[in-house]
Design a protein around this ligand. Structure first.
Ligand code: ADP
Length: 254
């Protein structure tokens, strides 16, 4: 325990030094504790796809199951999940260490919103949700990093689509006092009230998402919140189980 290392002294100057030293020691211990937690969470998340893959590979090796396109597809799916986890973890560790460079500029979000809605619309399945944009075309400029703003929107729209099997997704934007608020509203599976406090925590996924909506990593919203905060904004969620969710974030007006 670092705090035990510098004993009390009779000399006032030394005691002052002791206090600063102890303060620094506790803050280092906090960092170390966080690092340990991150590694233990990461290991846990990596283990799940690896266990599934090993299971299939062992059964293929000893002939318990026959190689079939379906088995290979499952293996590919788990490999993709590992790949996504690796990418997300890299972003998360940069975000948590404060190493995500942010280049603030005056940005008009309107063209970005239009192009994202078009891009996501092209990816939607015929029986999936519909997506629409509902905002004025003369939005006030914000002071933001365009690419990071896009990353936030891609994460929120990706979630809205993933957790909205049918129904609709609406992207809205409007200014309120000195901020522009952008909201992604969906009519999907929603989040139970008791789960809401955890949604921005890394690796948290609702029971239901884990069971039925494969492909998630539980990292997107943790990164998203960090990206919003790094640009001086806030993120909020309102949701009701089986009714849908609204994720709204703000960016300062330019
Ligand atoms: P994931 O990769 O699992 O989607 P996120 O960090 O983006 O990770 O989200 C964490 C969890 O929050 C999700 O697993 C899901 O349970 C819940 N969630 C996020 N967005 C939505 C949404 N639009 N509707 C319902 N649940 C959501």
């Amino acid at each position: 325990n670092l705090q035990e290392r510098m004993p009390k002294s009779e000399i006032p100057e030394l005691n002052q030094l002791r206090l600063s030293f102890n303060r620094m020691a506790s803050s280092l211990e906090g960092v170390e504790q966080k690092r340990r937690e991150l590694i233990s969470d990461m290991t846990h998340e990596l283990r799940t796809p690896l266990t599934v893959m090993r299971g299939y590979l062992e059964e293929l090796a000893d002939g318990t199951i026959d190689a079939s396109p379906e088995i290979y597809q499952r293996l590919v799916r788990e490999t993709r999940r590992l790949e996504r986890l690796a990418n997300d973890l890299q972003e998360l560790s940069k975000a948590e260490a404060g190493y995500l460079p942010i280049h603030l500029q005056k940005v008009d979000l309107y063209p970005l919103l239009v192009s994202l809605v078009e891009r996501f619309r092209d990816q939607l399945l015929e029986d999936g949700p519909v997506i629409q944009l509902d905002c004025a075309n003369d939005l006030p400029l914000v002071c933001a990093d365009r690419d990071r703003a896009e990353q936030i929107l891609v994460n929120l729209l990706g979630n809205a689509i993933r957790y909205t099997p049918h129904g609709s997704i609406t992207l809205r934007a409007q200014s309120k006092s000195r901020f522009l608020w952008v909201a992604v509203e969906d009519t999907g599976i929603g989040i139970a009230a008791e789960d809401l406090p955890f949604v921005f925590e890394r690796f948290w996924r609702s029971e239901r998402s884990r069971d039925r909506y494969s492909g998630g990593t539980g990292i997107g919203l943790a990164i998203t919140r960090r990206l919003v905060e790094l640009q001086g904004g806030q993120i909020q969620v309102e949701s009701e189980r089986d009714r849908g969710s609204i994720f709204a974030f703000s960016l300062p007006l330019a």
